[in-house]
Design a binder for this molecule. Structure first.
Ligand code: ZN
Length: 145
């Protein structure tokens, strides 16, 4: 199996079996995002427990890239401090070559991102980058609200 096929499998697995969809009761932060280019919708809900992300929900509808990115994000941020979540957002942007991102190890910018590395192939399709980024920009809105 090539790396590209492996990445496709990871993306489809998250799309078919999305993680952390159950609503968070009384969330500390919540935001809804849409990507009109593709029709993607994402809702992010978070609650903090002792300074860390306790419960997280990412729900929505849309293409496999937007929904799998949200599922992977929900796993990546669980249990993290706010500073660590901000760092992950920056790392994801770096992985996707989105403006305003961190300078990272150019060989493996996604090394700490786990499954999210699978999304780096999306960079070859600029219109899909907005799909992959939607859950992350929605998460930023939730944190800033
Ligand atoms: Zn999309």
């Amino acid at each position: 199996m090539s790396l590209e096929e492996l990445y496709r499998e990871v993306i489809l697995d998250h799309y078919r079996n999305p993680r952390n969809r159950a609503p968070v009761p009384n969330p500390d932060a919540k935001a809804e995002g849409v990507n009109p280019l593709c029709g993607d919708e994402v809702t992010v809900e978070l609650s903090f427990d002792d300074g860390r992300v306790g419960a997280v929900a990412v729900r929505g509808q849309g293409c496999s890239i937007s929904q799998s990115s949200g599922s992977m994000m929900s796993e990546a941020i669980k249990g993290r401090t706010l500073a660590e979540v901000r760092d992950l957002i920056a790392r994801f942007k770096a992985l996707m070559d989105i403006e305003g991102s961190l300078e990272l190890d150019p060989d493996r910018p996604g090394a700490v991102l786990g499954d999210l590395e699978a999304l780096q192939g999306v960079k070859r399709y600029p219109v899909r980058i907005k799909c992959a980024a939607l859950p992350w920009t929605t998460l930023e809105q939730a944190l800033d609200s």
